[in-house]
Design a protein around this ligand. Structure first.
Ligand code: MG
Length: 209
């Protein structure tokens, strides 16, 4: 299936909101990444030169397999075909400048290779989307350790909310936010991200000079 748009949710875990010194949102904070940012397990995250801090963010992704518009939360999961591990790579310094100026985050989030995603697993293989353990290791050391039970807006509410405003189509990816523990990457790093019962992926980092 061709990758469509990548709809991401920002600030969906309280502890992460705290570490970014941000505020708990009243409604899901949505932003998009272009499909050209997508890479797979084993592919290299390539960071353009002179960007300042760039962060990893492990997230649960769900992939839409039926067109949906204005669906209720109760029916939302019937439009999901599969799930995957996702890394919402973020040029944090670029994002911070944009946030302070009230400008969009598109560039900070949308660069080529800034959307690593694992191979997918049929959603029927997952018993509870809201009880999945997420982990991210940087060079073998655990940096993020969370659970999807800690989401502010659960997956079905995110899909329902997004579908009120934008039609979701087969191949669209919904990235559901990151738990605390985000941090910077540098040239030569190896990122290993996994979600128990869903999948895992490894991505080396290349920072261009
Ligand atoms: Mg994120």
């Amino acid at each position: 299936m061709r990758c469509g748009k990548i709809v991401c949710v920002g600030q969906n875990y309280r502890a992460h909101i705290k570490e970014l010194k941000s505020e708990v949102p009243q409604e899901p904070v949505l932003f998009l990444k272009p499909s050209t940012a997508l890479i797979g397990d084993g592919d290299t995250i390539v960071v353009p030169p002179n960007l300042g801090r760039v962060d990893y963010e492990v997230e649960l992704a769900v992939i839409i397999d039926k067109k949906c518009k204005q669906v209720s939360a109760a029916e939302a999961l019937s439009y999901v075909g599969s799930v995957a591990v996702f890394n919402d790579v973020t040029a944090r310094d670029v994002q911070s400048v944009a946030r302070k100026a009230g400008l969009p985050w598109s560039l900070a989030k949308g660069m080529d290779t800034f959307a690593p995603m694992s191979s997918t697993l049929q959603i029927s293989q997952v018993s509870d989307l809201q009880d999945l353990h997420l982990e991210l290791k940087l060079n073998g050391e655990v940096r993020q350790n969370g659970n999807t039970s800690m989401m502010i807006f659960p997956v079905e509410e995110i899909i329902s909310y997004a579908s009120r405003f934008m039609t979701l189509e087969p191949g669209d990816i919904i990235a559901t936010g990151t738990p605390e523990g985000v941090g910077a990457i540098k040239d030569g790093d190896l990122i290993e991200a996994k979600i128990d019962g869903v999948g895992k992926m490894r991505n080396p980092v290349k920072v261009m000079s």
